[in-house]
Design a protein around this ligand. Structure first.
Ligand SMILES: Cc1cc2nc3c(=O)[nH]c(=O)nc-3n(C[C@H](O)[C@H](O)[C@H](O)COP(=O)(O)O)c2cc1C
Length: 159
């Protein structure tokens, strides 16, 4: 599959998670388009915005808000391909900001896209085997689901 991983990261925590997700996707033989929304735009990185799966990652800003760079990316994505059915969301946050705001951006993005997939939420930076396994299990789950899902355009698989 062609997979688009797009993320925003201020201090590197979400980038670390994104790297681990990417490594798993590539280890399973998938092609990854990689977008750091803080410095890159969709149109610059990928002439064809259509992908088989979209994985969006974000840290959470004040009161669980979505950082503006990710909001801009989402606007570009929706304009280019609509709200994809095969989209999952991951991110990092800190419980010290309050349980109701913890990873708020991840929840907001998942709600916006009405994704059917589980969210991946990591506290601060991923560390240890526990987080590594959690990230790998989440990535495998999303890949297993999408690899077996009939595509919206079945003709893609006929050729
Ligand atoms: C100004 C500011 C506001 C934050 N607000 C929240 C919040 O509401 N909820 C949350 O879970 N984390 C909050 N955080 C914590 C970050 O989301 C968390 O440290 C995250 O792992 C940073 O990811 P990054 O290293 O990819 O930038 C806030 C951090 C900053 C700097």
């Amino acid at each position: 599959m062609r997979i688009l991983i797009a993320f925003t990261s201020l201090s590197g925590n979400t980038r670390d998670v994104a790297r681990m997700v990417r490594a798993r996707c590539e280890a399973r033989g998938h092609e990854v388009t990689w977008i750091e929304t803080d410095i890159q735009k969709l149109a610059q990185v990928s002439p064809d915005p259509n992908h088989d799966l979209y994985l969006l990652g974000s840290w959470s800003d004040n009161a669980g808000r979505t950082p503006s760079e990710m909001k801009h990316f989402i606007a570009d994505l929706v304009e280019a391909v609509g709200k994809p059915e095969r989209l999952a969301v991951f991110g990092t946050g800190e419980t010290q900001w309050g349980e109701e705001y913890y990873c708020g951006a991840v929840r907001r993005m998942a709600a916006f896209f009405e994704t059917r997939f589980p969210r991946l939420e990591i506290e601060q930076m991923p560390h240890g085997d526990r987080d590594a396994h959690k990230i790998q299990r989440w990535t495998d789950h999303i890949l297993n689901c999408t690899e077996n899902m009939p595509h919206a355009d079945p003709a893609r698989f006929v050729a």
